[in-house]
Design a protein around this ligand. Structure first.
Ligand code: ADP
Length: 411
């Protein structure tokens, strides 16, 4: 039998092939559970040395916006899911017309691709969100400023990630360049700002939370404990599972909100709901003062769930595969009282291996996960997980390992 190079080879026994568009670290981390589950993974990779292409034998190279490449790739898969949310709407529509089973569906995915569509939908569902408007002109922006005051946040509705596409507006002139770009794009009807700029009040949050849930096409859902995420310069650097000191009632309400969003939007696979924890209500706030507001959604495994690989009975990567295949979901409960995840960011030293050996020798309890990516300052190269019964101990050990691997400490 001859098969095209890099096409997925089917395993005997009727086991399916799951296609992942995008060959980043999320697709890479699906490979270990795919092996255990006995399903074949195939990834449409950006390059032969993309993170997932280094570990998945079936990794044809192609652009996620190239209709022909994506359709050819999808034709060999039983279900297709995503490593990122950048596949254009026309490509998604063509896949659906060709009979490809997309999980999540384009109808759900749009709320992770477009922050404006997400804000409109969540507001309609009564989900607590920051105050927001869409602005195309200086007058609209100044009307919003009069309502919420300075500073406020400006966001590009599409294509932002890791804080790129988000700006603090301290005075209207900070928005000049964005409003100029929006005017051109609104007129042309194309570009990330074609509907305008998303403006949001500056939320006085005490910390950031994430609620990770999974939902299958038949509607079964499972939720992991609510976690705290710590961002540094717009990048998630640390995650504590569960969120320390979170009122159990608030945790339960936040989980209900995430499950409601998954159900109402018809999400399949993993859904991450990023939230702002507002802390105790300010004096004089009414009884309806929300404890949290929803920031944004991701419909794929998410950085806030990397702790689950070592810290939960079922990892987010296994759960995503089970969910998109409509298999019964796995147990999301944690193994330990605490798991702390710290991202390994690139430092100034291209040779990571000596530091990696040191981290392993110093603390055999640290679980290291590397993504096979070249070192660039600030780039997410991997993460470490530490589980245990003391939060402080887990935090100190995870941070030490991540800082050592980055090269910012030498003991
Ligand atoms: P991205 O899609 O790039 O991750 P986000 O919308 O999550 O962008 O914003 C990145 C970070 O900016 C958030 O994690 C949060 O720290 C901060 N941020 C975003 N929106 C607001 C807001 N309305 N008020 C206060 N801080 C915000």
């Amino acid at each position: 039998m001859t098969v095209p190079a890099n096409a997925p080879v089917r395993a005997p026994g009727g086991f399916p092939v799951v296609g992942v568009i995008g060959g980043g670290q999320l697709a890479r981390m699906m490979q270990a559970p795919a092996i255990a589950l006995g399903v074949q993974l195939s990834v449409l990779a950006e390059a032969v040395d993309a993170s997932a292409a280094l570990v998945v034998p079936s990794a044809p190279v192609g652009d996620h916006a190239d209709l022909e490449a994506v359709c050819r790739f999808a034709a060999a898969c039983d279900v297709v899911t995503f490593d990122h949310e950048h596949v254009p709407a026309d490509v998604l529509a063509a896949l659906v017309s060709a009979g490809v089973m997309l999980q999540p569906s384009p109808e759900a995915l749009v709320f992770a691709q477009d922050k404006l569509a997400m804000r409109r939908k969540l507001t309609e569902l009564g989900v607590p969100c920051p105050e927001w408007v869409v602005a195309q002109t200086a007058e609209e922006a100044s009307g919003f400023a009069a309502r919420v005051g300075f500073p406020f946040m400006a966001k590009t509705p599409r294509g932002g990630y890791d804080g790129k596409g988000v700006q603090v507006v301290r005075q209207l002139s900070d928005l000049e360049a964005w409003l100029g770009a929006a005017a051109t794009q609104v007129q042309a009807g194309t570009g990330a700002l074609r509907d305008g700029i998303l403006l949001e009040e500056m939320v006085p949050f005490v910390r950031e939370l994430a609620v990770l849930v999974a939902r299958s096409p038949s509607g079964q859902a499972a939720a992991w404990p609510v976690v705290q995420t710590i961002q540094t310069d717009g990048i998630c650097t640390d995650v504590c599972a569960p969120a320390p000191g979170l009122d159990p009632e608030v945790a339960a309400a936040a989980t209900r909100t995430a499950l409601q969003i998954a159900g109402e939007l018809g999400v399949t696979g993993v859904l991450a709901v990023e939230m702002f924890d507002l802390g105790v209500p300010p004096k004089g706030a009414g009884g309806d003062h929300p404890a949290y507001l929803v920031n944004e959604l991701a419909m794929r495994p998410h950085n806030s769930g990397h702790w689950t690989i070592d810290g939960a009975v079922t990892s987010q990567f296994e759960q995503h595969l089970r969910a998109v295949l409509d298999l019964p979901l796995g147990d999301p409960r944690p193994h330990a009282a605490w798991t702390v995840m710290a991202n390994v960011l690139g430092g100034d030293y291209p040779e990571l291996y000596p530091a990696y050996r040191h981290v392993m020798a110093r603390d055999p309890g640290v679980k290291v996960h590397m993504y096979g990516k070249g070192v660039r300052p600030g780039r997410k190269l991997g993460h470490v997980n530490v589980s245990g019964s003391s939060l402080e101990d887990c935090q100190a050990r995870a941070r030490h390992a991540a800082d050592y691997l980055r090269g910012i400490i030498d003991e």
